[in-house]
Design a protein around this ligand. Structure first.
Ligand code: MG
Length: 258
């Protein structure tokens, strides 16, 4: 049996700032995804947020009417897990999504060194004790891996520290640069390629991550102005191929589901 023939390549869709913002659906995004599905467009939902588990993410998608399979979700936690050997000892400095991905990889997750790697991702449970254990493990020879560089993430309270800030703390204390897993870096790019051999475009609100990912993949970059990049923005790290208000507008402009 040959592989099924699909009408188009996949759309790689970012979550925060494209489908939702601060936990609320960006109007029309669930309906836009539904139109893409009915059109037969393969979809990948790609997030740099390493904190939630895959079932948390699926539940969040479900709340805005989007059913998803685990193979359609791609996270920086999974990209980071792919960077360690399956039998590695890993100090996880992150949330449940990171621990889940490392465990699925076969790694042994430890709370103190010695370790083969220290993986740092977004967590609100970051304190001096955890910083100390991470620093000592890196000084003891562990490789320092950051899930993603994002310095902040937008919330109703304003811009709050992102995982990039936590990685910087460990890197500064240990005097060791981190290697990166998430968008736009190679581990995430390879994970996306392994899930979708043919890709048409990346849709995202952050040119520094989503735009650079699109360039690394050699595909179209569609910037939506529903997240961190607003109308009337200044110069961008990556010039988008499309610039639209939101996903619903992009899908309508592509002539899908009209
Ligand atoms: Mg985003």
């Amino acid at each position: 049996m040959g592989s099924p023939v699909t009408a188009s390549g996949a759309w790689v869709i970012d979550l925060d700032g494209v489908l939702w913002l601060a936990g609320h659906e960006i109007p029309g995004s669930g309906d836009a995804v539904d139109k893409l599905r009915r059109h037969g467009t393969p979809l990948l939902f790609a997030t740099n947020n390493a904190d939630p588990t895959l079932s948390d993410l699926a539940a969040r998608l479900d709340r805005i009417g989007i059913r998803s399979g685990p193979h359609e979700l791609v996270t920086s936690a999974e990209a980071a897990a792919a960077m360690v050997e399956p039998d590695a000892r890993v100090l996880a400095c992150g949330g449940p999504g990171l621990v889940e991905a490392l465990t699925a990889r076969g790694a042994t997750v430890v709370e103190t060194g010695p370790a083969d790697a220290v993986v740092v991702g977004m967590t609100r449970d970051f304190d001096y004790g955890l910083l100390t254990r991470a620093e000592l493990a890196v000084r003891g020879g562990a490789r320092l891996i950051g899930t993603n560089e994002d310095p902040t993430h937008p919330t109703p309270e304003g811009l709050l520290p992102g995982s990039g800030a936590l990685v910087a703390a460990v890197a500064t204390a240990a005097q060791q640069d981190a290697v990166w897993a998430g968008k736009p870096h190679r581990p995430m790019m390879e994970l996306i390629r392994s899930r979708a051999p043919r890709i048409d475009r990346v849709v995202g609100d952050r040119p520094a991550t989503d735009g650079r990912l699109a360039r690394a993949l050699g595909v179209r970059y569609s910037l939506v102005l529903s997240g961190v990049t607003g109308i009337g923005h200044g110069p961008l790290e990556v010039e988008p191929d499309d610039e639209v208000d939101d996903l619903a507008t992009l899908v309508a402009q592509a002539g899908i589901g009209n």
